[in-house]
Design a protein around this ligand. Structure first.
Ligand code: ATP
Length: 543
């Protein structure tokens, strides 16, 4: 079962060096995260797998790495200066500033059709502040999501040096369309791919790395002749869905959702979202849009755009005429994909039954936790209900439900209940001894591919051979670490928890016949392989 609560993933990420809260020595900066030693490897592997699939393995794609800071006119003519905004309303009673479209959607059960409809609902007092319930809300106003900064040594106080931190990487591709076309001698259809940082001053960031103000996008702009756009769109939907599945994502957790007419951006002919079943519900992983010829035209010289230096168009040799290509845009988030792969790979499993008396003690404690939650005042009703029903299900199913108990022990709401301390005092020890946490990451995504252990760390011959193996494997491009800081069982558990697919143990037989034990993370089966053949074996398994 993949992770059922985001808290479980947050806790694992912090404990094992995947993701840390940013600037934590100064108390952090809300919804900003730093990728630690294992997180950076995982996210790099996600980006590498994407690049390999959409650039290297195709004949119709080129790569690009455009600057984050661009001429402000890019954002004027792309439409972002005028329209890249969220509608905000102020609650006059409690002084909070919620997103008006979210309030509307939550209270009316559907998305609003526009600012006018939101404001009509506010005026008619049909919607209320989600925090205090007051209907005294100000008319909603657009709040631009682009971060502003200025170039040059002096901030003159006016907007003469104003530039934006790009809110998407796509515009860097459009404005380089002509450069790539000319230098790479491309013919339609072809595409340009780019990975890079994007910044949005999100009003309601949250859900860990799902929505942050600084994030990384993996975007493709695929240029086709008008008329060939619909087929290309379908092909990209299939291609991108298969990418997630080939990297091990469970099909039941991935779905394709067609955007409804009123959700579409004004330039989009059609847009499909690939959604993942995150612990907080189905949410967008990637958007795949047919953006027609809107963007290339927007950046071409015309009566509407006297600032552009030329036209972004294509000379079609077959038809002997100029045309403006249509664009299919598969736009994914590197952070969201990384989070989805983590959630999907996560498993807590019972490996052996604890003694009956320990189980009984734990059951009593979990039951008294459920009662305490029931008696607790001031806790939101839905949180209360969730905690009570989870605890009751766990208590009834122990010891089989020990894995779910791990999630409850890491739940930040559950931690506010006093009895949870006692549950953890007993539960953590039992869980440690009788369950294992595994990340079933695809070997190409796993931060480490191989861990090498000597059976005994005080035998120099074993240590020397194990260290030598680590060095050789790493030199041949297999990400490998050496570890001798515990008993083999403990070392396996540590590697399972971070998703290392294979662990090698060097034992006394290894010294005689140059064979080693290779243990598989998922099956826990061990096989005996010849040390000199390991690099080739792992390289083959990684392709
Ligand atoms: P959402 O509806 O979730 O705000 P969006 O439709 O605005 O997303 P796009 O502009 O289509 O997103 O961006 C493409 C991709 O970039 C998204 O599918 C997502 O993976 C990623 N992305 C967008 N905004 C964020 C963010 N604030 N934090 C992390 N990733 C993001």
């Amino acid at each position: 079962m993949p992770a059922t609560s985001l808290d479980t993933i947050v806790s694992l990420c912090k404990r094992r060096g995947f993701v840390f809260p940013s600037s934590s020595v100064y108390g952090g900066l809300g919804s900003t995260w730093d990728y630690g030693p294992l997180g950076v490897e995982l996210k790099n592997n996600v980006k590498r797998a994407w690049w390999r699939s959409v650039v290297h393995e195709r004949d119709d794609m080129e790569g690009l790495d455009a600057a984050i800071l661009m001429n402000r006119l890019v954002w004027k003519y792309s439409g972002h200066e005028a329209t890249f905004s969220d509608p905000m309303t102020d609650c006059r009673a409690c002084k909070t500033r919620p997103r008006a479209d979210h309030v509307f959607a939550a209270q009316k059960g559907r998305d609003p059709k526009g600012l006018a409809e939101i404001n009509a609902a506010i005026e008619a007092k049909e919607i209320a502040c989600p925090k205090c319930g007051s209907k005294d809300l100000t008319p909603a106003r657009p709040f631009n999501l682009m971060f502003r900064t200025s170039v040059g040594p002096v901030d003159s106080g006016d907007d003469s040096g104003l530039v934006y931190m790009r809110p998407e990487t796509a515009q860097g591709i459009y404005v380089n369309f002509g450069n790539v076309l000319d230098t790479m001698r491309r013919k339609l259809p072809f595409g340009i791919a780019q990975i890079g940082k994007a910044f949005r001053n999100e009003i309601t960031p949250g859900n860990f790395t799902f929505r942050t103000r600084e994030f990384e996008q993996m975007e493709i702009e695929y240029f086709v002749r008008p008329g060939e756009d619909e087929a290309a769109h379908e092909a990209w939907i299939t291609e991108r869905t298969n990418w997630y599945l080939k990297l091990g994502m469970r099909p039941e957790n991935l779905r394709v959702r067609e955007q409804e007419k009123h959700e579409l951006a004004h330039y989009a002919k059609r847009c499909v979202d690939l959604e993942y079943r995150f612990p907080m519900g189905w949410s967008e992983l990637e958007g795949i849009a047919n953006r027609t010829d809107y963007d290339l035209k927007a950046h071409s010289r015309s009566p509407e755009n006297p600032d552009a230096v030329g036209e972004l168009k294509y000379f079609d040799q077959e038809q002997k005429k100029h045309l403006v290509p249509y664009v299919i845009e598969p736009s994914a988030g590197a952070d969201r994909a990384t989070l989805a792969f983590l959630c999907d790979a996560y498993e807590d499993a019972l490996v052996k039954e604890p003694p009956a008396e320990e189980t009984a003690k734990l059951r009593d404690l979990v039951e008294s936790f459920a009662k305490s939650v029931g008696r607790r005042e001031g806790m939101a009703a839905e949180v209360k209900q969730r905690l009570v029903s989870t605890a009751e299900t766990i208590a009834a199913g122990l010891p089989g439900t020990l894995p779910q108990l791990i999630g409850l022990m890491e739940d930040s709401e559950a931690a506010t209940i006093e009895v949870m301390k006692k549950v953890r005092g007993v539960g953590e020890k039992i869980a440690e001894e009788h369950t294992r946490t595994v990340l079933h990451l695809h070997p190409r995504l796993a931060p480490l591919t191989v861990a090498v252990f000597p059976l005994k760390r005080n035998d120099p011959r074993l240590v020397e051979m194990a260290r030598g193996l680590k060095r050789d494997l790493q030199r041949s491009g297999v990400r490998t670490v050496y570890d001798d800081t515990g008993a083999i069982g403990k070392l396996y558990r540590r590697q399972d928890e971070i998703g290392t697919p294979w662990c090698i143990t060097v034992d006394f037989q290894s010294l005689e016949d140059q064979t080693v034990t290779v243990r598989d993370r998922d099956t826990m089966q061990q096989e005996r392989l010849k040390a000199p053949e390991l690099a080739a074996t792992f390289a083959a398994r990684l392709t």
